[in-house]
Design a protein around this ligand. Structure first.
Ligand code: FAD
Length: 341
């Protein structure tokens, strides 16, 4: 935070531990929250400090319990009708109260729409520094958070530190880290947080949620069928949709395909697109440029289909098929159809 100085002599040593703000919608936690707890567990152990989670909502005690199973030592749990749906004011007020009371040295949230909104509101109020959209995290010997993110039109990876303020804050992209295996036997402390706002004090009202059926949700997809320039045009994506439908998966694309206007940018996987972590990822007619690979290399299984046996994608693929995608994809779709239906 260039130019801003803490007022007076602040004793930052009182701040200890890492806090992950768990995001939920309708009583279901976002996978990014558990992925963050997995990475934060590693950092907390390195700092020899407690790992805390903050769970807010209505009737979300099961999520507080889940946070323990995913690695938290202590969970702060704010449960109130005013917290049923996300709104900046009540959520940021609870966050600020918990942060000021329990003083974590690091606060992490998912770089989702909600996480970005909430993190910005809190960082401005505290005030402290916030690194948005991080893709790597670490801590150094001085307990400083090293939050790295693509910078300068995504050509470089910048590591950003917040030396003068606590807590150090970062939002982190979904799909970058891996959640720990859920351990239902894990024990921890759950501490209730009283929410002292009343509905009349909150100016924003949630009237209704309208489901956007066209919204692309690559982050949570278990099966992704991605296509690139090798598809030769927008019609190539019809083949991919057929395969994805049989597998209950989602179609995605390389930047070459989105830049050519064959499919919307929302479907792009990679450094300037979405980072994904599905169980199964098909890379079809995609060469395997590093900017694409960083967005999908953490998939459990990668199947590459490419007519060039030397395409770099084969170096990271678990299964590689060398050949013409226009022959292979329909055969695969037919074979899966016969087996799965
Ligand atoms: P190509 O590299 O052209 O590969 C096409 C492949 O299709 C080839 O391997 C070819 O052998 C194969 N093929 C052709 N015809 C057939 C056929 N009939 N059957 C089978 N195989 C066939 N890229 C991303 O994807 N995501 C990003 O987020 C991203 N961010 C970027 C950020 C920056 C700053 C920069 C500079 C680049 C970025 N890129 C990104 C672009 C990236 O460098 C590549 O240009 C892009 O990924 C290439 O896409 P592609 O693999 O579809 O196309």
């Amino acid at each position: 935070m260039i130019g801003l100085q803490p007022e007076g002599d602040v004793d930052w040593s009182m701040y200890r531990g890492i806090m992950v703000v768990v995001e939920q919608r309708s009583g279901v936690a976002k996978p990014v929250s558990w992925q963050l707890l997995g990475e934060a567990r590693r950092l907390a152990d390195k700092l020899d400090a407690p790992l805390m989670a903050l769970v807010m909502g209505q009737d979300v005690s099961h999520i507080a319990q889940q946070a323990i199973g995913y690695g938290a030592d202590i969970v702060y749990h704010a449960d109130a009708p005013e917290l049923k749906d996300y709104r900046t004011r009540p959520y940021s007020r609870v966050c600020l109260k918990v942060i000021k009371t329990y003083r974590p040295e690091i606060v992490l949230m998912g770089a989702t729409y909600t996480g970005r909104d909430l993190a910005g509101a809190i960082a401005t109020h505290l005030p402290t520094g916030l690194t948005a959209d991080s893709t790597q995290l670490d801590v150094d010997d001085e307990r400083l958070l090293l939050a790295s993110r693509p910078a300068f039109s995504e050509k470089m990876l910048a590591t950003i530190l917040c030396k003068q303020f606590k807590p150090q804050m970062a939002t982190v992209r979904a799909g970058v880290f891996q959640a720990l295996p859920y351990d239902e036997k894990r024990t921890g402390k759950i501490i209730a947080v009283h929410q002292d706002m009343h509905e009349n004090d909150i100016v924003t009202k949630v009237l209704e949620f309208v489901q956007d059926d066209n919204r692309v949700n690559l982050e949570d997809a278990q099966v992704i069928v991605a296509g690139g320039r090798g598809l030769g045009g927008p019609d190539g994506f019809k083949l991919l949709h057929e395969l994805a439908n049989v597998l209950g998966g989602t179609v995605a694309a390389s930047r070459a395909a989105t830049d050519l206007g064959w499919i919307d940018h929302a479907y792009q996987v990679g450094q300037t697109g979405t980072t994904v972590r599905p169980k199964l990822y098909f890379a079809i007619g995609i060469s395997g440029a590093v900017q694409h690979v960083v967005g999908m290399q953490n998939s459990d299984y990668i199947v590459a289909i490419n007519k060039d046996p030397n395409a770099p994608i084969f170096q990271i693929a678990n299964y590689g098929i060398v050949g013409d995608l226009f022959e292979i994809v329909p055969l695969l779709t037919k074979a899966f159809q016969e087996r799965l239906t």
